[in-house]
Design a protein around this ligand. Sequence first.
Ligand code: ADP
Length: 542
Amino acid sequence: GYIASIMFFALLALRYSKHLQLLATIGMYHGCTALVWGSAKQHISLHIACFRRLLCCVMPGEPHTWTFLALDLGGTNLRVCEVQLKGNHQFTLRQQKYRVSEALKTGEATALFDYLADSVDAFLTEFPSSPNSAPPDPFATGSSALDLLDTSDSSPAVPLGLTFSFPVEQTALNRGKVLTWTKGFSAKNAIGHDVVQLLQDAFDRKHLHVRCVALVNDTVGALLSRAYTAGGCILGSIFGTGTNGAYVEKVENITKLGDSPARKHGGDMVVNTEWGAFNNTRTTLPTTPYDNKLDRESINPRLQAFEKFISGMYLGEITRNIILSLIDAAPYPILFNGRASALLNKHYGLDTAVMSEIEQAWENGRDQPSSNDKLVNGSHAISNASAAHPHPSLSTPTRHFTEVDKLSPEDRSRLERIRNIVIQRFALDAADVTLRDAAIVHWTSCLVANRAAKLSGCAIAAVLVQTEKAKLGGGFVPKDEKITIGVDGSLIEHYPNFNARLRASVRTLVGEEVEARLNIGLAKDGSGVGAALCALQATKQG
Ligand code: ADP
């Protein structure tokens, strides 16, 4: 049984070492736009942000501070922020996270939006701003959101930008219909409705003097905030609960606009690709029985197929499915003496953060600690330093579990650490967990995360090719140009070496020269800052 399992995993690894080749082929046949446009055709929502004008508003030297509220409904977290845009690439942000219960995610939309309004209310009352005497004007120097909350009828309402990280058909800066729910949400009576109106109605029901003036997708938020802090950006992407990307496209290339005047007018438009929906036809990328189980048991079977290979919500569940199959292997169990735990038996019982912890435990014992995902000089830039020294797990994961008896003392102590994590996090009896079990769990996590990072790299490479920053197979890049990309999400921020693995994938597809020019930076707080930038634009437009 053990040998059979090894062969099975070897097969699995082989399958996924080939996927890049496969995607490369797709790219060649379809000009590499298939990845972006394939999903875009089904789920695209165009975000018409007056991109350049917006950034001009906050160019260096302007004396004002602009204060906005931002509300960010991600897949896992709900954040309320007060953002102060200070111009000169600077901002300050105060935020509070609130939990969205499963009942709210799947209940009536009005209950969900009431909760959002309550959270804003709680933020405004519980988090007093530094006192100042500024008038209730978002453009007043040093004003704070709380100062703006003057409930007298004559005063302007507090302007708020909403970051809504679900597919929306957006038709104006403050208008967009919900197309579908993703990431475990299924609130009733929201699809087809204007999300800004749903939120505004909730504010009004609660007599909150807050006006939702702008709607922004989290990817667009990452793009805008990175552009604001770095002075330019071509792609904003999210690797958190879900995954998605938004990039700047020439309007003339957007065939969906048909003969509309906007298309003839030219210029740039931010396109939200909804790349998480790529491969929904399931004809392009190979799936394993573990993926199929996850998909079948999800609340959106056959949808968000690409996202289900990649994002934080799903990696732990794929790993759990693999682990269970190894526990149940016939005729002999491969893991944990054939015993599971209540936690391992629970749907979504294994959080991706635990895989992170397991990989980190292995990393911590490395001779030369990897540094790729560390923030550099507090500048929120993710260094590409380790890209030059690929992590061993980027290739086929090690076979150390076959030879546990021959391990060096260092590797043994690393496996000991992993074993302790496994016992604790999986709630298993210590007697059922061997060092070899720990090694197998580590290897499984590597496999699942490697595939995710490689496919994430494919999405980024596709955008580089589409925007003519790169050619599939390498060999083209505008001279001396840095290519700035903003990323956000716990997966890319915290998963050990996720960024290095992603870069290795980009390198395979578009070559070293382009990869070396990628300036991938954390658009930390991108959702809040992006929403504030859009709210600023909306307020200026009046
Ligand atoms: P959101 O997508 O709601 O904005 P995050 O970016 O924090 O929120 O992503 C949350 C997802 O990230 C969850 O699915 C969680 O499993 C995963 N996650 C949280 N912490 C980590 C970690 N340390 N390593 C990897 N994934 C993590």
